[in-house]
Design a protein around this ligand. Structure first.
Ligand SMILES: [Zn+2]
Length: 158
């Protein structure tokens, strides 16, 4: 179901949404909304449980759709700033494990230096990373700063 098209037309820009309300308005599950917070959906800072601004939900859904229109080939990660797939700078990425099956490749855009993130599974890691040099990071490593969501090229965990 991860590749189903999501529409944000029922989201109002000026309205706040909690996870349940956002899920209902978007027609997705609550776990999906929670997962999106790890993929770049911005919640209002310092509030828990998370509350999202309508405008941020719309922005995330739009960017997510854009990345899906341009699936990334091996060794490419979508840059949201450049709006195109990029070969990470220096040909290097880090792999951050997220449990035994999943993880994310993290690199930097060679053109704008934005952080590039591509979610993948260990099984598809080779296909996703292509010829990139991959450094494996411990599961508990935290990334510094904020980052953008990456490509989800048919590698959804659900
Ligand atoms: Zn870029």
């Amino acid at each position: 179901m991860g590749n189903r098209r999501v529409s944000a037309y029922r989201i109002r820009k000026g309205q706040p949404y909690d996870v349940r309300q956002a899920a209902r308005a978007l027609g997705v599950s609550k776990p999906t909304v929670r997962r999106w917070t790890k993929e770049g959906l911005v919640a209002i800072e310092g509030v828990f449980p998370p509350i999202f601004r309508g405008v941020d939900i719309k922005d995330f859904v739009r960017r997510r759709a854009e990345s899906r229109k341009q699936p990334c080939g091996p060794g490419r990660i979508f840059c949201f700033r450049c709006k195109s797939p990029k070969a990470p700078a220096l040909g290097e990425v880090d792999f951050y494990a997220e449990g035994p099956m999943l993880g994310r490749l993290v690199g930097f855009c060679p053109d704008c230096l934005a952080t590039l993130i591509r979610r993948t599974s260990r099984a598809k890691l080779t296909a996703a990373a292509g010829n990139l040099k991959v450094t494996f990071k411990p599961a508990e490593s935290r990334l510094a700063g904020t980052f953008e969501p990456g490509c989800n090229v048919n590698s959804e965990g659900d």
